[in-house]
Design a protein around this ligand. Sequence first.
Ligand SMILES: Nc1ncnc2c1ncn2[C@@H]1O[C@H](COP(=O)(O)OP(=O)(O)O)[C@@H](O)[C@H]1O
Ligand SMILES: [Mg+2]
Length: 354
Amino acid sequence: MRASVKPAPLSPPPGSAPASLAGASARPLSAVDNDASPAGPTGLARKSRSRRIIAVGGGKGGIGKSMVSANLGVALAQAGHKVLLVDADLGGANLHTCLGVGPPESTLSDFLRRGKANLEEVMVATGVPGLSLIAGAQDSLDAANLKYAQKQKLLRTLLAQTADYLILDLGAGTSFNTLDFFLLADHGLLVVLPEPTSVENAYRFVKAAFFRKLQQVESQYGIQDLVEGALSTREGGLRTLHDVVAQVRRKAPSDAERLERELASFRVRLVVNQARTDADAKVGAAMVAAWKKFFGIDMDDLGALRYDDEAWRAVRKRRPVLIERPDSPVSLGLQRIAARLLSLDGLSSESAIP
Ligand SMILES: Nc1ncnc2c1ncn2[C@@H]1O[C@H](COP(=O)(O)OP(=O)(O)O)[C@@H](O)[C@H]1O
Ligand SMILES: [Mg+2]
């Protein structure tokens, strides 16, 4: 195996304040996110609905988030679903290029800043039937300066969309804005390369998302003191999900079960990209086992994508590899991941796609 999969401790560094939760951005919560509420997207609790949101995140850039987003969009649209791709990489938007869409006339920025009321006004066709795109901001709007009200507007509007699938291509890193989009999703896909540095970044991302999730639910359960106390414990008292729930049970037994269900809904789905060996392809399964063992957190391994020259060739041609080379190893892997997502949603059987 190429990558070490043993995660670093979940607890944040001693004395760190919850606002700069382990591995999350070191910026103070209020300074740049303008997010007065640590609970993040207030009033945006997920409801049961038929439309699914897939968010594609990862600890760093250049690991294939946009490649995965664009091609999963193509695969799901080809499977007959109405798909809306959203380039939410606010600092480095380039999803339109992966799809061969020219410099976009209108972007997310027009919606966020120039008073366009409907997302429909900034949607563009991609040439793939059933797949539309909201191109990313081409100006200086980035995740770091997205205002709280803008984020709320975007989150609410996304939740109101009627497409069968919304796919959010996220920027690299663990800013609160990025994490809030990740946590909004039904399927939080985490792209990771089978290299120790990327695995490390992935763990940092999961830690940051986990603590952001805790922040979102803590006020709901009146456990702010408890969570913040646990997070700043020198000995790192908060090691596993079970530890959090056990502490809540001691304080408020009736809330513990509800909290357990809530935290269990935080489930990251791993996509190992650029696997060159069979051992690489198993890194996802090893990471899932390590997280379960060390932190009691469930993750899913959606499968690996092969390193494939066709992947970068397709990007240079500005065409999704799934359309350019549908039989290439990376395309077959992307089809398998799309099939797994559809199967998780009860929409089709995995056996339908090789
Ligand atoms: N499976 C793969 N095999 C070979 N090259 C890949 C693969 N996935 C991605 N790449 C290359 O990595 C580059 C960066 O991918 P991209 O999706 O833009 O990353 P991100 O969105 O994470 O920054 C692509 O342009 C492509 O050249
Ligand atoms: Mg990208």
